[in-house]
Ligand binder design. Structure first.
Ligand code: SF4
Ligand code: SF4
Length: 364
């Protein structure tokens, strides 16, 4: 195995630093969801319950358990720590979720769910904890009016309840905001709200105008607006130091704040995603399948060569291609691909404010 191919780190829809030596799998149990958020990158069929043909296409329980097993062996071979994110759609809609969590926890994986939180009450939180769940990530997309405008009435209160009951049940909680023009001005309030509800970690992802999010193309932040948001968060990081981890794994954020020993975007580097029909993707925010788990093993897909462009960062276009931060950052490939109209995942990251600043200083 080449040295480059031994790179094994993490991302949660974004990268973690390589110090952690964590490899993640984001596993989508279903595409169905009880909400219809305006910015969701997953196209949703009508109705909460899956139609029969969709249930047939979706991974079956034995297949999901086999994926967990494959992932366990794959990560152990790389001497990394396995982190598994169960998501959807809404993962709570899968009645077997506790069984999958338990299977992963028994193999020593860090277990996490990505949820809208609306279906998690006190009893459900205890059940998930008992199954071996360690971390619950809940989406918070603004203060109450904004969140409910995006996610539906009453859902801010439900999401906040989920943070509370999961914390009370002894799990770590992450509040995750998808940042756009719709909520950028509320960032301080969202972080404060998260801290008030004992959130362990605050996370942020940029709006990717794909799927349902296409209609929100005009809400994507400009470079300068993103810089303003990141500057505010930097101040909040100081305010909550020691109380709440503001650990944003966006490559531009990590480059902006000088995170060391990181490769930025985790696509092809330290994580992979399998969606509900078995398609394997470098990142779920990028609608770009490299194979299907029903036809190729996880290990074979990883080393198939189809991820080499991301892994070795060759052929990157525009600013990213000539950037001195390319190895440590890489830009968000999902944002870049969406901005290119779905044509190229190697396009430049259009929200980068660092390249221009570095060029102005004559260092890029
Ligand atoms: S493409 Fe974007 S969201 Fe996906 S892993 Fe890379 S930085 Fe994270
Ligand atoms: S130009 Fe691309 S690689 Fe360079 S800092 Fe910006 S996003 Fe990162």
């Amino acid at each position: 195995m080449s040295k480059k191919k031994q790179d094994t780190e993490d991302c949660l829809a974004c990268a973690q630093t390589s110090r952690d030596n964590i490899f993640y799998l984001q596993l989508h149990l279903t595409q169905h969801c009880n909400l219809r958020c305006t910015h969701c990158y997953i196209e949703k069929p009508a109705g909460v319950q899956p139609a029969v043909q969709d249930r047939v296409k979706e991974l079956q329980p034995a297949e999901i358990l086999d994926i967990i097993d494959q992932f366990d062996k794959f990560v152990k071979l790389q001497s990394a720590t396995a982190k598994i994110y169960f998501t959807g759609g809404e993962p709570l809609l899968d009645p077997r979720l506790p069984e999958y969590i338990s299977a992963a926890a028994k193999r020593g994986m860090i277990t996490m769910i990505l949820s809208n939180g609306t279906l998690i009450d006190d009893e459900k939180a205890k059940e998930l904890r008992h199954a071996g769940l360690r971390i619950v990530q809940i989406s918070i997309d603004g203060l109450e009016a904004t969140h409910d405008a995006i996610r539906g009435p009453g859902n801010f209160a439900r999401a906040t309840r989920a943070l509370d009951v999961c914390h009370a049940a002894g799990m770590g909680t992450t509040a995750m905001v998808t940042i756009s023009k719709l909520n950028a001005s509320e960032i301080e309030g969202i972080v404060d709200h998260s801290a008030q509800h004992h959130v362990t970690r605050f996370a942020l992802g940029r709006l990717v105008p794909e799927g349902n999010g296409l209609q929100l193309q005009g809400q994507v932040l400009s470079r300068d607006e993103l810089k303003v948001v990141f500057s505010k968060i930097k101040r909040l990081q100081r305010k909550y130091k020691g109380a709440m981890d503001i650990a944003i794994h966006d490559p531009i954020w990590m480059t902006f704040t000088g995170v060391k020993n990181t490769h930025g975007c985790s696509a092809g580097k330290s994580g992979i995603c399998i969606v509900e029909n078995g398609d394997i993707m470098p990142c779920r925010r990028m609608d770009y399948a490299i194979g299907n788990i029903r036809e190729i093993s996880l290990a074979k897909a990883w080393y198939s060569g189809k991820l080499d462009a991301f892994r070795f960062r060759e052929g990157y276009e525009g600013h990213c291609g000539s950037c001195k931060f390319l190895e440590q950052c890489g830009g968000c490939r999902a944002v870049a691909r969406a901005a290119s109209g779905g044509k190229s995942p190697l396009a430049e990251d259009p929200q980068c404010f660092l390249y221009r600043a570095a060029k102005d200083k004559g260092v890029n």
